[in-house]
Write a protein that binds this ligand. Structure first.
Ligand code: NAD
Length: 296
């Protein structure tokens, strides 16, 4: 069993670190919030003194922090992981951050002789608690082979998506596609209603024909047709509209940087920003239907 340092014990990091303890690993952790460290202690995570204390004397360091600027500071800061981790330590960044920053961190880490993977997740807090997260991993084959057994106690699925930053890339591209499909399905129901169609009648046809997609047949944004979807419980999240907006912003930053044409991704970002600005960013992301149905 490995000695693991865990930085960022928030909504996701706390249960993830707890699952590593359950799997028999010796885990120490750090967060800027003392309450987070205390909560982690209740799950068997030893309190470390700062980033330095977390990174020293372990075989693996995992970070689960909010954004690129936090990852950069945690890994590359003067008092960061690279400055303190011992030779041969495996570095894993599970944070969802922009691809460009992820690749910079990889480059500096690899030049300093560390194996590193980016390993953002989907599955939310429920997946983190239940150890069913999907990990999308970027990095060398050798780094991936080292990271896989560490990620397993937290995972439902683990995919190696290619070189450095590709875990982040696949996550934001997939979520951009999801936002576009959710908006498309929502527009279809909004128009159908105005044409006098019952939601169920549209669902029955579209979900078994060419309009079919996950946003429709598994996560339907209108109440009724799919009883497990958030629409049936007041759009309680799930995956919030604000989290979707974060990922759409990352996708647009990547599109601008690479010159990719993503007009629907751009428009999706604008629509989710409007939903958030209206004070509804805490709704599940399928709540975009309510805005498009003029019901907010
Ligand atoms: P969170 O804000 O609950 O937790 C992040 C933690 O990182 C905070 O407790 C914060 O204090 C800590 N932190 C920030 N800078 C730090 C530093 N320098 N040193 C130590 N600790 C530091 O966020 P979260 O919901 O756990 O999300 C973490 C990441 O996972 C984000 O990138 C998010 O986009 C991604 N994610 C979240 C979800 C979700 O459902 N919450 C789902 C998938 C992916």
């Amino acid at each position: 069993m490995a000695k693991i340092g865990f930085i960022g014990l928030g909504h996701m990091g706390l249960p993830m670190a707890g699952n590593l303890v359950k799997a028999g690993h010796q885990v120490k952790g750090f967060d800027l919030y003392p309450e987070a460290i205390k909560a982690a202690g209740e799950r068997g995570v030893e309190a470390a003194s700062g980033i330095a204390g977390t990174a020293q004397g372990v075989e693996v360091v995992i970070a689960m922090v909010p954004e690129g600027k936090h990852s950069r500071a945690v890994f590359l800061g003067d008092d960061g992981i690279l400055a303190h981790a011992g030779k041969g330590t495996l570095l894993i960044d599970c944070s969802t951050i922009d691809v460009a920053t992820s690749r910079i961190i990889h480059e500096v880490a690899e030049k300093a002789g560390f194996d590193m993977v980016d390993a953002p997740v989907s599955g939310g807090v429920g997946g983190a608690e239940g150890a069913t997260l999907t990990f999308m991993v970027g990095g060398s084959g050798a780094a991936y082979q080292r990271a896989k057994p560490v990620l397993e106690p937290m995972a439902g699925k683990i995919f190696h998506c290619g070189a450095a930053g590709n875990g982040e890339a696949v996550k934001i591209v997939n979520n951009m596609l999801l936002a576009i499909s959710m908006i498309g399905v929502s527009e279809a129901f909004a128009l159908g209603r105005r044409l006098g169609l019952e939601d169920q009648a549209l669902f029955d046809v579209a979900s078994t024909s060419s309009g079919r997609c996950w946003s429709l047949d598994t996560y339907c944004p209108v109440p009724g047709p799919v009883p497990t979807s958030p629409a049936n419980r007041g759009y309680q999240a799930g995956f919030t509209a604000d989290m979707m907006l974060k990922d759409l912003r990352l996708a647009q930053a990547a599109a601008i940087e690479t010159g990719a044409m993503t007009p629907l991704g751009k428009h999706s970002e604008e629509l989710y920003a409007e939903l958030s600005k209206g004070g509804h960013g805490g709704l599940d992301f399928s709540g975009i239907f309510k805005m498009l149905d003029n019901d907010l």
